[in-house]
Design a binder for this molecule. Structure first.
Ligand code: PEP
Length: 234
């Protein structure tokens, strides 16, 4: 059976190179994608033999006068294969709007990389289906088969309050149906993200039928992360 895809989003952690090296060594498994902070990318690349490299974000141009930004072309050239686009922290903390997210997704695809597009409602009170449709609305026409969609309800991210596998499955089916109604030829794969830990990781794959997981906090704790991988049959 194909291994699920497990994407480790380190966010703005760890703070030192030696910790980044240690964590990457202990996460180096086939089927794992490590998304470190940009400054540690090269060091992580030197340390891994089985895992692949991903980025947490990128800019939408290839090069030029965009101080502080990193382009998808650069990421491809240092060996990155995946780029997270539209993470809820980018939407919320950095005010990224759907138009920018759409342009980033297009830029990642143009560079020949696979975008991991994050979508998810903010709170349990939201009309989740409407929010998901709004987040996908303008983007859906640019989706290609190598786009991976991460369903990440914001209330579950970093809170320890994961979404139940049943509800996550329902949301994924809604997203799938929405995409199918507009682009019947596109079949994206789906990750679940939001407080994944050793106790619930397998449920999203086995019960809810996701193709993989996007793991934040637990991907920085080697013991926890390795138990997650064991629970997935690694
Ligand atoms: C994330 O960063 O996308 C995430 C899901 O974080 P956590 O696993 O910590 O909830």
């Amino acid at each position: 059976m194909k291994r699920p895809l497990v994407v480790a989003n380190w966010k703005m952690n760890p703070t030192s190179l030696h910790e980044a090296r240690d964590i990457s060594l202990s996460s180096d498994e086939k089927g794992v994608v490590i998304c470190p902070p940009f400054v540690f990318m090269e060091a992580v690349k030197m340390n891994i033999k089985n895992a692949e490299l991903g980025a947490q974000d990128c800019y939408l141009e290839s090069s030029g006068s965009f101080t502080g930004e990193i382009s998808p072309l650069m990421l491809g050239n240092v060996g990155c294969r995946y780029v997270i686009v539209g993470h809820s922290e980018r939407r919320r903390v950095f005010n990224e709007l759907p138009g920018i997210i759409k342009d980033k997704l297009k830029a990642v695809l143009d560079a020949g990389l696979s975008p991991i597009l994050c979508v998810g409602e903010n709170s349990k009170k939201d009309d989740a289906e409407r929010v998901l449709e709004e987040q996908l609305g303008d983007i859906v026409e640019y989706l290609e088969d190598n786009v991976i969609i991460a369903y990440e309800p914001v209330f579950a991210i970093g809170t320890g309050e994961a979404c139940s596998p049943g509800l996550a499955k329902k949301r994924r089916e809604h997203i799938k149906e929405f995409i199918r109604s507009k682009r019947s030829n596109i079949v994206p794969s789906f990750l679940y993200g939001g407080s994944v830990g050793p106790e619930n990781a397998a449920c999203y794959i086995e019960e809810a039928g996701f193709d993989g997981l996007l793991v934040g906090g637990a991907s920085l704790e080697s013991d926890k992360f390795n138990i997650i991988l064991q629970k997935l049959g690694w």
